[in-house]
Ligand binder design. Structure first.
Ligand code: CA
Ligand code: CA
Length: 199
């Protein structure tokens, strides 16, 4: 079974990225990196920070301060659960995720290793569960990528920082509680056998 995460753009499945087959399960003991709480240093996360009331989303959410577009000023990302429960408040560039995505979990981290943090979310639609990156690209916030549905459907996501794997990596847990770590391969995500595994 291919464990690469295929991804979609604009709802269509884009070409699969044929990189090395590093597709084995990651043993629970195989990861030596330490988890990153919420994908950000604790000091960078704020609960219920004061943002103008007009910017507070309708969904229950926690807020995270991060410079998502690299202009030196932190934005506020509102991360909740449920339909479209991702909002980035950045003045004229304020962004809301499409309501078709029911957010299961959302974290801010730099999982595509471009130097800018993005919102990394486990989202659900009628097809199943996906990982989506919501990020600043070029001139606005957008769905950077959304994977095809993940089988088996992950129940939980963690972000780890592992320099040997290029930076922040995604670990997905299924019903069995066993995790698979995915690292950025330049176009999408590839499962890795363990830290330092190259292709
Ligand atoms: Ca900014
Ligand atoms: Ca990034």
């Amino acid at each position: 079974m291919d464990r690469r995460l295929a991804y979609k753009r604009g709802g269509s499945v884009a070409a699969w990225v044929a990189l090395g087959a590093i597709l084995a399960w990651l043993p629970a003991s195989g990861c030596t990196s330490s988890p990153v709480t919420g994908g950000l240093p604790p000091a960078a996360a704020a609960e219920g920070s004061s943002v103008g009331s007009g910017m507070v989303p309708a969904f229950a959410a926690r807020s995270v301060e991060a410079d998502l577009d690299g202009d030196g000023v932190d934005e506020t990302a509102w991360l909740g659960r449920g339909a479209g429960a991702i909002m980035i408040a950045d003045g004229p560039h304020t962004y809301s995720a499409r309501t078709k995505w029911a957010v299961v979990q959302a974290i801010v981290a730099d999982t595509d290793h471009d130097g800018l943090p993005e919102v990394v979310a486990l989202v659900e639609d009628e097809e199943g569960r996906h990982v989506g990156l919501f990020a600043w690209r070029h001139d606005r916030y957008r769905e950077r990528l959304v994977t095809s549905e993940l089988v088996p459907a992950p129940t939980e996501m963690e972000i780890y920082h592992d320099p040997a794997l290029g930076g922040d990596v995604i670990r997905l847990f299924g019903e069995a509680g066993r995790g698979i770590t995915y690292r950025w391969n330049g176009f999408g995500f590839t499962a890795v056998e363990g830290p330092g595994t190259g292709s």
